[in-house]
Design a protein around this ligand. Structure first.
Ligand SMILES: *Cc1c(COP(=O)(O)O)cnc(C)c1O
Length: 262
């Protein structure tokens, strides 16, 4: 694979843009966490970013999350055994983030793998997560996904329902609510989405001031390839970026059929 060079460059460019946007909003380089969304990445590309020292990765589908986590765990285990000089940057562990909609019958798989679930969007899902997580030693950390854009196609709870739902989740012993996640509508001009992010940030601050979730209610996950800089300026401290790092996904036809096959 000889597209190595561009991937590193694109990754570093995104990191630099994250740091610059954080600085514009009065924060330091470690105040905003870049979650690299791997849904359109090849496994080699994920390994390459790990070799650069990257730790946080996100998937939006349960099956991919489970599969990739297993493949990467194998890769890390090999490196732990080898401890080669080349591997000095390689973290011992990576952290998987579940960022997509979860059906209740898949909760167990997610809880086994994910370090943070960004996409809790109903009481019933939270209850199912509690049931599964109760068998673990540590609570599982989650974000409540809110729909501050008002688009009916977007998942997430209505802003007016968020505080009450978080109060209920906060009583569940094996779930720790850490903050909010939102998604903006997909538009060409990122400035159009600024009000959506501002609204989510206001809600996040209201809820943290009310004391729900305690001191550890401190994560605001918003911003994707198209709009992560605006999101950071509005207060995001976690962004989820895929396309800006891996490029536009290829169409399935283009991926499967090489000219020789036709
Ligand atoms: C795919 C996805 C992202 C990343 O989107 P890009 O535009 O590729 O950066 C972020 N969040 C969620 C929930 C996603 O599904």
């Amino acid at each position: 694979m000889k597209s190595n060079e561009p991937l590193k460059k694109r990754y570093e460019a995104v990191r630099a843009r994250v740091v610059a946007a954080a600085a514009r909003s009065g924060r330091g380089r470690d105040d905003v966490l870049l979650t690299v969304v791997t849904k359109f990445a090849a496994i080699d590309q994920i390994r390459e970013l790990i070799e650069l020292g990257h730790v946080d990765f996100g998937e939006n589908r349960v099956q991919n999350l489970v599969q990739r986590a297993a493949q990467i765990e194998e890769f890390l285990e090999r490196h732990r055994q080898l401890r080669s000089a080349k591997a000095v940057n390689i973290p011992d562990q990576v952290r998987w983030h579940m960022i997509g909609h979860i059906q209740r019958n898949k909760v167990r798989k997610v809880v086994n793998v994910a370090r943070l679930i960004h996409s809790v969007d109903s009481l019933r899902l939270a209850e199912e997560i509690q049931l599964v997580a109760a068998r673990r030693d540590d609570p599982i950390e989650v974000l409540l996904q809110v729909n501050t854009s008002g688009e009916r196609t977007k998942s997430g709870v209505a802003p007016a329902a968020a505080a009450h739902l978080l109060e209920q989740i906060d009583t569940m012993l094996s779930i720790r609510p850490r903050g909010l996640m939102c998604m903006a509508p997909l538009v060409d001009d990122p400035e159009v989405v600024r009000p959506v992010f501002e609204r989510c940030c206001e809600l996040f601050e209201e809820i943290s001031e009310s004391g729900i979730g305690g001191d550890r209610f401190d994560i605001l996950s918003m911003g994707m390839s198209n709009d992560f800089e605006v999101a950071i300026e509005c207060g995001a401290n976690v962004v989820r970026v895929g396309t800006a790092i891996f490029g536009q996904p290829q169409l399935p036809e283009a991926r499967e059929e090489s000219p020789a096959d036709v």
